[in-house]
Design a protein around this ligand. Structure first.
Ligand SMILES: O=C(CO)[C@H](O)[C@H](O)COP(=O)(O)O
Length: 223
């Protein structure tokens, strides 16, 4: 049984009738959305908001009713993946390029459940390059400023072209190697003009569900 799938399916069991649910992005969130779709077909009544065009399309195909963000005041529960999670529940997200919408949806959620496989649980963040969303105008300068923070920024490409986010921006993948103070780094990156946001999610997760390759799951609670 796939580790990502068991974690995601476990998280989908937390959803109850009447909830407004945030749908994450990526290959783990995919399994959560599939399971939510199956529960909707069994009669679960929810409304959803997606964190990317890809997840929005998947939810539509599965018959999950979605709301425009303008009609939402609070999201009851969001289920999303992550690229790394540390013991303080700080995360790196944005491997799929959806970090900005994911952060907006997470910030509007009463509860954020993160679903990962065992490889994503780390003692220190930073082995996974930190995605930073930057506006196209002057992005070369923005990347140089990011480099001055001690990382190697690489402009993300896909199929030989510069990757463009759902918001029309670029992604700089910043290789830090090890992040000693995620909170401080989060602040200094976002102070650089041209930066829209970065993939550090500082203590936003309420619950982390880890899937293992033997099919077991472990639920981590915030200290
Ligand atoms: O932040 C994300 C997308 O922007 C994803 O949640 C993150 O990259 C994990 O992806 P996956 O579940 O495919 O490993």
């Amino acid at each position: 049984m796939e580790a990502k799938k068991v974690a995601a399916e476990k998280a989908a069991d937390f959803i109850q009738d009447g909830m407004i649910v945030g749908l994450g992005t990526g290959s783990t969130a995919y399994w959560a959305i599939q399971r939510i779709g199956a529960r909707v077909r069994e009669g679960l009544k929810i409304k959803a908001i997606a964190t990317s065009q890809a997840s929005e399309e998947l939810a539509r195909e599965l018959g999950i009713q979605q709301l425009p963000f303008a009609e939402i005041e609070t999201i009851d529960l969001t289920i999303d993946g992550a690229d790394e999670a540390d013991p303080a529940f700080h995360l790196i997200k944005g491997g799929g390029g959806a970090l900005l919408r994911e952060k907006i949806v997470a910030a509007a959620s009463k509860k954020l459940i993160i679903v990962v496989d065992e490889s994503k649980v780390v003692d220190k963040l930073g082995r996974f390059p930190l995605p930073v969303e930057v506006v196209p105008f002057g992005h070369e300068m923005t990347l140089r400023k990011l480099e001055q923070l001690g990382c190697k920024p690489v402009l993300r490409t896909a199929e030989g072209k510069t990757f463009v986010t759902d918001n029309g921006n670029y992604i700089a993948d910043c290789h830090f190697g090890r992040i000693d103070d995620p909170e401080q780094l989060h602040t200094v990156i976002n102070l650089i003009p041209g930066t829209v946001d970065n993939g550090l999610f500082i203590q936003m997760a309420d619950h982390i569900i880890v899937g293992y390759h033997d099919g077991s799951v472990r639920e981590l609670e915030k200290a």
